[in-house]
Structures are given as structure tokens and as C-alpha cells.
Ligand binder design. Structure first.
Ligand SMILES: [Zn+2]
Length: 68
């Protein structure tokens, strides 16, 4: 699975606030996600997050620019 900073992902389990989509703020060994519903920041190990992601809803544009 290829998750990048700036992606918006849909989770299998929804957040207690009811939202299912989260924005990716940081990737690495730990992922940091921001709930699109309530704005809460979630920190979790990569493995856990990847297991819980259903799909990418909005892919972030490529970092090295334009229309690659
Ligand atoms: Zn939430």
C-alpha cells in the first residue's frame, strides 16, 4: 500500500465521531492521521494503520512537482 503525506484515506473502522476519512500528516514507522470529522490527531504504528485503511479517497499530488 502506498500512502503519502497529504492523502485522504478511508478507514474500515470509523472514528467515534462518525467520520470515516482521515488525512495523512506523517508517514514512517508511525503514522499520524487527522480525523476529517473532529480534527483529532491519531498516532499509530504503520502496521496497524495499514490494516485499517480501506482505500485512498484523495491522493496527494506528487511532491516533486507538477504533472508527473
Ligand atoms: Zn473524529
Amino acid at each position: 500500500m502506498d500512502i503519502k503525506v497529504g492523502d485522504v484515506v478511508e478507514m474500515k473502522k470509523k472514528h467515534p465521531c462518525g467520520a470515516k476519512t482521515m488525512k495523512v500528516l506523517r508517514v514512517g514507522l508511525d503514522y499520524r492521521l487527522e480525523c476529517e470529522g473532529c480534527g483529532k490527531i491519531i498516532f499509530a504504528p504503520r502496521r496497524l494503520i495499514e490494516k485499517n485503511i480501506k482505500k485512498t479517497v484523495i491522493a496527494a499530488p506528487n511532491e516533486d512537482g507538477a504533472n508527473k
